[in-house]
Write a new protein. Structure first.
Length: 255
């Protein structure tokens, strides 16, 4: 399997096609859609073992949402991006749970390391309802979904594999669905903090930067896992390789 140096299925598909001089990859379905010239959504479906082997990703759905000029986006553009993300996330949630099923939201990463702090920071903004429904259900609207949240830390600070922590929580809390949020690696610096990936196959923390930990998925937890990730890092070797490609290209052009 190729060392893609990226967690994004979209980039893995592009790299694989380029290396093998292909127009399409067997076992992969790709659908693209654009919104207002500022938002592009690419849905990649890995349908069989050929696709798994090619991209190094398990069978499932991978949705990449690219947002142009997010750092200077106006309120309306941000709202449009949020609506796009919300719709796709709702569709995935409805695929694996009903409106009353309990959800556990997990923020992966180290809150003391800026590029890895996405998960813990998101957890602080989650509206948790499980405890309120247990002790004061009358203060919430009828039909409110029970939601709990946890930021389990990282192996380097806890000494415990994240999946081991989550197994204990899942065994006791018994959620019907996990939503896992993590920082990702990209091979394109222009995608840093401008791209969001959703998938229904879980996640392997650290896989994009060669520090792969035990996967968090249905296979390990016996609960469906939706992963949400945003690229925050690019491998230095990737940047160097891209610079050399540009340099060689300019030499070939005679500049």
């Amino acid at each position: 399997m190729y060392n893609f140096r990226t967690d994004l299925a979209d980039e893995r598909n592009t790299v694989y096609k380029k290396i093998n001089n292909l127009q399409e990859v067997e076992g992969i379905e790709v659908n693209e859609e654009e919104f207002n010239n500022n938002i592009k959504m690419t849905k990649i479906i890995v349908v069989d073992e050929n696709g798994e082997k090619s991209l190094g990703k398990p069978k499932g759905v991978y949705i990449t949402i690219d947002i142009n000029n997010l750092h200077i986006a106006q309120d309306e553009e941000i709202e449009n991006a949020a609506s796009c993300l919300s719709k796709e996330l709702k569709d995935l949630i409805q695929k694996y749970s009903d409106r009353s099923s309990e959800i556990l939201v997990v923020g992966l990463g180290n809150e003391y390391v800026t590029p890895d702090a996405l998960g813990p920071k998101v957890i602080s903004d989650i509206d948790v309802t499980r405890h309120i429904l247990n002790y004061m259900p009358n203060v919430l609207e009828q039909g409110t979904r029970p939601v709990s949240a946890i930021s389990p830390g990282v192996l380097g600070t806890t000494g415990i594999e994240t999946v081991e922590i989550l197994k204990g929580i899942v065994e006791n809390v018994k959620p019907k669905l996990l939503i896992v949020i993590d920082a990702l690696a990209s091979r394109n610096i222009n995608r840093i903090s401008k791209t969001i990936q959703l998938s229904d196959t879980g996640i392997s923390p650290g896989s994009g930067v060669g520090n792969k930990r035990n996967e968090i998925s249905y296979n390990t937890l016996n609960v469906p896992v939706i992963a949400i990730g945003v690229p925050t890092v690019v491998d230095l070797a990737t940047i160097t390789d891209d610079c050399l490609d540009i340099f060689i290209g300019k030499l070939q052009e005679g500049r």
